[in-house]
Design a binder for this molecule. Structure first.
Ligand SMILES: Nc1ncnc2c1ncn2[C@@H]1O[C@H](COP(=O)(O)OP(=O)(O)OP(=O)(O)O)[C@@H](O)[C@H]1O
Length: 269
């Protein structure tokens, strides 16, 4: 397992830069330090998981790496480019499925994809072709002309993911991509994402579903209290046990005073 003091970083075949590299990334909201100097390192190609308890700083970190939130300190690089010095170049290389997905609600699914393609500068015919393929593979062809406002939670994730993939980014960032997605659709999404990484692209995703992280990820970064507490290949992080057990060891199982709930479920209250 790679501990972050003097991280050697992920192995880079041919010396190409890692998919993501942050140094000392820092963000404070008032008195609350959300991200306390994060050195994230994600190698190119495959799936990387960003995991950790609620409030660990995962979403804040991903927002700073994808250019959505300006850091108070530190640097973030995607494919060797500085996110905050070269934002236009970086944005052309990344796709993002953010938390609390905000979409253009008054567009249909098809219009949303078409609009996304046009603002990315992709020729209209090509956008139409890619949009039809993505709608089909996401099982959204039947809902393509429905307004996004009328989509279910899972359908929103799928159209959001289709929009994030349309310009064929090098690195895809997904915040809880499978939340609210039914098991059949989740399998479809996994297939699409596997195809995407098979060609050498990288997915960085945050999730609380450890089984999924174990099933998909080659690389795992564990956050706690605004810091990376461990990162490396999945097998190293997991050791001989499950990822869940390894994470409990790393972040510590928290006693939250559950013993105080004696009235809960009792007939005397
Ligand atoms: N806009 C904000 N204003 C104030 N505090 C914030 C804001 N965004 C995040 N925080 C705080 O920063 C800390 C990290 O939050 P963040 O959402 O990054 O955690 P997370 O690891 O993504 O959590 P979860 O797994 O629950 O989604 C939390 O203590 C949170 O309350």
């Amino acid at each position: 397992m790679t501990d972050l003091a003097g991280t050697p970083g992920p192995a880079e075949p041919g010396g190409s830069p890692p998919a993501v590299r942050t140094r000392g990334l820092f963000k404070r909201f008032g008195a609350q330090v959300a991200v306390a100097g994060v050195d994230l390192a994600v190698p190119r190609g495959g799936f990387a998981g960003l995991v950790g308890p609620n409030g660990a700083g995962k979403t804040t970190t991903l927002s700073m790496i994808t250019g959505l939130l300006r850091p108070d300190g530190g640097t973030a690089e995607v494919a060797g480019m500085d996110v905050w010095r070269d934002p236009v170049a970086v944005k052309s290389q990344v796709g993002v499925l953010p938390e609390g997905l905000r979409l253009f609600e008054r567009l249909s699914g098809r219009e949303l994809l078409s609009y996304n393609g046009q603002i990315r500068g992709i020729p209209k015919d090509e956008v139409a072709r890619r949009a039809e393929e993505l709608l089909k593979v996401m099982d959204l062809s039947g809902a393509a002309d429905k307004l996004v406002v009328d989509y279910s939670t899972g359908m929103r994730k799928k159209i959001g993911l289709a929009a994030a993939l349309l310009h064929n980014p090098k690195v895809l960032f997904l915040d809880e991509p499978f939340e609210g997605v039914d098991p059949v659709s989740a399998n479809t999404l996994v297939e699409v994402l596997r195809r995407y990484t098979a060609s050498g692209s990288t997915i960085v995703f945050s999730s609380h579903v450890m089984e999924l992280v174990e099933r998909l990820c080659d690389w795992v970064s564990v956050m706690n209290l605004g810091r990376i507490v461990a990162q490396g290949p999945l097998a190293e992080i997991r050791g001989g046990g499950t990822l869940n057990a390894a994470i409990l060891d790393l972040v510590g199982a928290r006693g939250n005073g559950e013993e105080g709930l004696s009235w809960l479920g009792s007939s005397s209250g």
